[in-house]
Design a protein around this ligand. Structure first.
Ligand code: ATP
Length: 232
């Protein structure tokens, strides 16, 4: 049984439809990258899985159970954690306090302050820095670590590389193997296609709220990806 199944969902913001009959499946332990240009519906998809948007039709199943009506705070103890677009670090808390917020609905598991500082050394050095004073890379690392503090079965990562220098993106993504090694399933949303191809077992490309291409990175040529991405 797949860990996560999204079946034929339609999602609206008022009268605006952002997602049209979208489906996806992730097996436990897999890393799936969802790629697509601005406005493709990537963040809306993640928000629907986390419970922050409600699909008007279709079904979302986690571990075989329908979760459409489960509120976001109850999805965390089930094992679903979101690192939102823009990081959403609490500015008046230190980075360590931000991490502790993530432990509010903690499941048992590998991740705690010590193991996270091991995996994200840049956080260990800056743990007493206020969120507002942290760099983009430090905030991104803290946002991922905060989600991991709940010991999720699936980690939803929204636009990790947005606004970060390439060297910092590499630094952040270098933590991913340690996360996958724990058996964590990862759904990463990326505009940086190269990065997405590097880290994922499968790629799904969205355009205007619909899936236009999917497959293993090794099976997809750059030309096919570019046409799907830009809708050419
Ligand atoms: P981006 O990288 O720009 O975040 P995305 O692929 O994540 O793009 P979404 O943010 O999911 O795309 O947006 C999908 C569509 O829904 C877009 O047309 C967007 O304008 C619209 N949309 C997103 N959020 C809202 C909102 N709060 N109210 C109305 N429309 C919205």
């Amino acid at each position: 049984m797949p860990l996560l199944e999204v079946e034929n969902i339609d999602v609206f913001y008022g009268d605006v439809q952002a997602i049209f009959g979208l489906s996806l499946t992730i097996e436990e332990g897999q890393t799936l990258a969802v790629i697509g240009a601005n406005g493709a519906g990537k963040s809306t998809l993640l928000k629907s899985i986390a419970g922050l948007c409600s699909p008007a039709t279709g079904e979302i199943r986690f571990n075989g159970e329908r979760i459409n009506d489960v509120p976001p705070h109850r999805r965390v103890p089930l094992g679903i954690a979101l690192t939102p677009e823009g990081r959403r670090i609490f500015p008046s808390l230190t980075l360590e306090e931000n991490l502790l917020v993530g432990a509010h609905s903690k499941r048992s598991g590998h991740w705690n302050l010590a193991t996270l500082y091991d995996t994200f050394p840049l956080l260990a050095d800056r743990k007493n820095r206020l969120g507002t004073n942290a760099s983009g890379g430090e905030q991104q690392a803290a946002a991922i670590a905060r989600a991991l503090m709940s010991n999720p079965r699936i980690l939803l990562l929204d636009e990790v590389s947005l606004g970060l220098a390439p060297v910092v993106v590499e630094q952040i993504y270098s933590a991913l193997p340690a996360i996958v090694e724990q058996g964590t399933t990862v759904l990463v949303v990326e505009q940086d296609v190269n990065q997405a191809m590097k880290v994922s077992d499968r790629v799904q490309c969205l355009l205007d709220g619909r899936t236009v291409l999917e497959g293993k990175p090794s099976e997809l040529s750059r030309e096919r990806i570019a046409s799907a991405f830009f809708g050419i």
